[in-house]
Design a protein around this ligand. Structure first.
Ligand SMILES: C[S@@+](CC[C@H](N)C(=O)[O-])C[C@H]1O[C@@H](n2cnc3c(N)ncnc32)[C@H](O)[C@@H]1O
Length: 293
C-alpha cells in the first residue's frame, strides 16, 4: 500500500490548476566529475536507485532476445546496462553517451564485471548516423530523455529510433513525466534525502523539472515509432512514462530466477519502493511479468 504522502501527492496532481514549466537541466550532458561520481554512487546496484534499476531491467529482459544487437541511448555509468548485459550474455549491447566522463565510468564498470557483450561509444542520441536503417533488433533508454534541450530534440531522437530499429523490434524507453505542481516535484526529489548524497538530490530535482509531458511523448511516439509500441504511465499521475513494444522473449526461467534472486536481496525499504513502482505502473496498464508473475 503506497504511503499517505504518496497518495496526497496523487490527489494534489489530480486537483491542482498549476502547470509547472519545463526547465532545462543545468547539465544537459553529465560531464561534471563530482556530479558523475554522485550519480554513479547512488546508482550502483545497492544504491538508492536499486529498485528502479531492477524494475527497468526486468522490463528490458522482456523485449530483447539472444543474438540481438541492442542500443542503449544515454547509458551513463552503465549500471543499468551492465545489469541487463549480465543476465543476457548472448545479446550484444552498444551503450551510447555524449559524456566522456560517464563513458570512462561505464568502461571501468563493464571491465570490473568482466562483460564481453558490451561496447561503448561516444554519440549524440539525436543523431545516430553511424547506424544504418533497420539495423538493430532493440533500442532501450532509461532516465535520459529529459536531458534533451527541447521537444525538437526529443522528436529527432524518436525519428532516429524509428529509422534504425528493425520492424517489430524491441523497445523500452522510460523517463520521468512532467508533474503539474512544483510541490509534487519537490516531494519526490526530497523523498529520500537522508539516503542519498546532496548532489544526487539536486540532480533528481533538476531531472523532474526538465521532464517532458506525457502528451509530448505520446504524440512523437505515434509519429515516429511503429504502431505496435504502446505508451504507459504510472497510474493517475505520470511520474514515470514508458514506451514499450510487446514482449519478444518468452521468459527464460534462468532470467526469472536471477531477477528473483536480486529482488530477494533488496533491503525491505527498497522492496517497498519496487512494489509501489510495479503497482503504479500495473494500474497504468504496464505489467512486470518477470518480476511479479
Ligand atoms: C541520468 S543519466 C542516465 C544514465 C543511465 N541510462 C541510467 O539509467 O542510469 C543521463 C545520461 O544521458 C546522457 N546524455 C544526455 N544528453 C545526451 C545526448 N544528446 N546524447 C547522448 N547522451 C546524452 C548524459 O551524459 C547522462 O550520462
Amino acid at each position: 500500500m503506497p504511503s499517505v504522502s504518496v497518495l496526497l501527492t496523487v490527489l494534489r496532481e489530480l486537483t491542482t490548476n498549476e502547470r509547472s514549466p519545463r526547465v532545462n537541466e543545468p547539465d544537459l550532458v553529465m560531464d561534471d566529475p563530482e556530479k558523475v561520481a554522485a550519480y554513479t554512487r547512488a546508482g550502483r546496484e545497492d544504491g538508492v536507485m536499486a529498485p528502479v534499476y531492477l524494475y527497468h531491467c526486468a522490463q528490458i529482459c522482456e523485449v530483447i532476445r539472444p543474438g540481438d544487437t541492442v542500443i542503449d541511448l544515454g547509458c551513463g555509468p552503465a549500471t543499468q546496462l551492465a545489469m541487463v548485459a549480465r543476465l543476457n550474455p548472448e545479446t550484444q549491447f552498444i551503450g551510447l553517451d555524449l559524456s566522456r566522463e560517464m563513458l570512462q565510468r561505464a568502461q571501468s564498470h563493464v571491465e570490473e564485471q568482466d562483460l564481453n557483450n558490451v561496447e561503448l561509444r561516444q554519440a549524440d542520441i539525436t543523431d545516430l548516423a553511424f547506424l544504418q536503417e533497420n539495423s538493430v533488433e532493440a533500442v532501450i533508454s532509461t532516465m535520459v530523455l529529459h536531458h534533451l534541450p527541447n521537444v525538437d530534440a526529443l522528436g529527432k531522437t524518436f525519428a532516429e529510433i524509428g529509422r534504425v530499429l528493425k520492424p517489430y523490434g524491441g523497445l523500452y524507453l522510460v523517463d520521468f513525466g512532467h508533474l503539474r505542481s512544483e510541490k509534487s516535484i519537490n516531494y519526490f526529489a526530497y523523498q529520500y534525502v537522508d539516503r542519498q548524497p546532496e548532489l544526487f538530490t539536486l540532480d533528481y530535482l533538476y531531472s523532474l523539472r526538465a521532464a517532458f509531458q506525457r502528451d509530448e511523448f505520446k504524440r512523437l511516439a505515434e509519429k515516429y515509432l511503429s504502431g505496435h509500441t504502446r505508451i504507459y504511465s504510472t497510474f493517475l499521475m505520470p511520474f514515470m512514462v514508458a514506451i514499450k513494444s510487446p514482449p519478444r522473449a518468452n521468459g527464460d526461467p534462468q532470467v526469472r530466477e536471477r531477477l528473483a534472486h536480486i529482488k530477494s536481496r533488496l533491503p525491505d525499504y527498497h522492496k517497498t519502493d519496487l512494489l509501489d513502482l510495479c503497482t503504479f505502473f500495473r494500474l497504468g496498464g504496464l505489467k512486470s511479468a518477470l518480476l511479479f508473475p
